[in-house]
Design a binder for this molecule. Structure first.
Ligand code: AMP
Ligand code: ZN
Ligand code: FE
Ligand code: FE
Length: 280
């Protein structure tokens, strides 16, 4: 089925494979009318993506995927329609990117202790000034021959509870929601079924989250239905997207395969901005 909007994607501004302009090209090629670039703790790719989108006639929603925690549980909050030049947003991203860089070095030290050393400078070059994430490290483990697949890198070293798992800064949901809203954006709870976060929805709604992501590449049919029910029960908007990171080793690009059809996109717009939002 042809979808209208894919509201979750990553570029080289974080741990995606494709440059922002290339993500816009892939989105247009996938037949989408709208897509959102939502890099981890960064809006650095949005201007380039939007410029290429204008050339190709595809609407680009300025977005972000912000990291926060409740205790040791990591939550991702998507922000949409934000002013990417907002000073507080920029400050937070700069701080978080520095912390991610230090974290990558800490992960590298742990990997060395595990007997699986990687070249941290190569990881930094690969990230090229963007938000460094575990996928960058997983690629380095693959390149060094310590693992056979990216998945193995997470299963043995980088996943939760594994020896080289290092947390990111412990920001509270309220903090990132406030930053998104102060920048004129709306906040959405990303992929609630990952990590079984349904119990957190009331707290997040209380914190000011306006919607939840129902359609997602890692949500099966029953997870999607469970999110839809939670959204209807609480009057939250429904969103969806592929969470495409580009064509990673062992995984092709899935941009445009998950998201919203036109009628769901329209109800999302109505829900969060009013009908006349300047988006198609
Ligand atoms: P980070 O932001 O550095 O914590 O990395 C998070 C990213 O790593 C996610 O967006 C996924 O792309 C990837 N990731 C997390 N867990 C896994 C996993 N178990 N297998 C493969 N990729 C994963
Ligand atoms: Zn990612
Ligand atoms: Fe996420
Ligand atoms: Fe994501």
């Amino acid at each position: 089925m042809q979808l209208y909007a894919d509201l979750h994607s990553h570029s080289t501004a974080s741990d995606g494979v494709d440059a922002p302009a290339r993500v816009s090209e892939r989105a247009a090629a996938a037949g989408l009318a709208v897509y959102a670039l939502t890099d981890h703790d960064s809006v650095d790719g949005v201007a380039e993506a939007a410029a290429r989108g204008r050339e190709l006639g595809i609407a680009v929603v300025p977005g972000i995927e912000m990291t926060c925690y409740v205790g040791s549980r990591e939550i991702h909050v998507l922000g949409y329609f934000l002013d990417i030049d907002d000073a507080a947003l920029r400050d937070h991203c700069r701080h978080f990117q520095r912390a991610r860089d230090e974290r990558a070095a800490a992960i590298a030290r742990r990997l060395e202790e595990c007997g699986a050393p990687i070249d941290i400078d190569a990881v930094r070059r690969d990230a090229d000034g963007g938000s460094i994430g575990r996928p960058h490290v997983a690629k380095a483990l693959l390149a060094a021959g310590h693992v056979a697949t990216m998945q193995e890198a997470f299963e043995r070293f980088l996943g939760e509870g594994k020896p080289a798992n290092v947390p990111k800064p412990e920001v509270a949901p309220r903090t990132v929601v406030d930053i998104i809203r102060a920048a004129g954006g709306i906040a959405v709870h990303a992929h609630p079924a990952l990590g079984d976060q349904f119990d957190l929805i009331p707290m997040l709604a209380q914190a000011g989250v306006a919607g939840i992501e129902a359609f997602h590449s890692n949500h099966d049919f029953s997870a999607t239905n469970k999110v839809l029910e939670a959204a209807y029960a609480r009057g939250l908007a429904v969103t969806g997207g592929s969470d495409c990171h580009g064509a990673l080793p062992g995984r092709e690009s899935i941009l445009g395969r998950y998201g919203l059809d036109e009628s769901r996109w329209r109800s999302f717009l109505r829900h969060v901005r009013g009908a006349d939002a300047g988006f198609p």
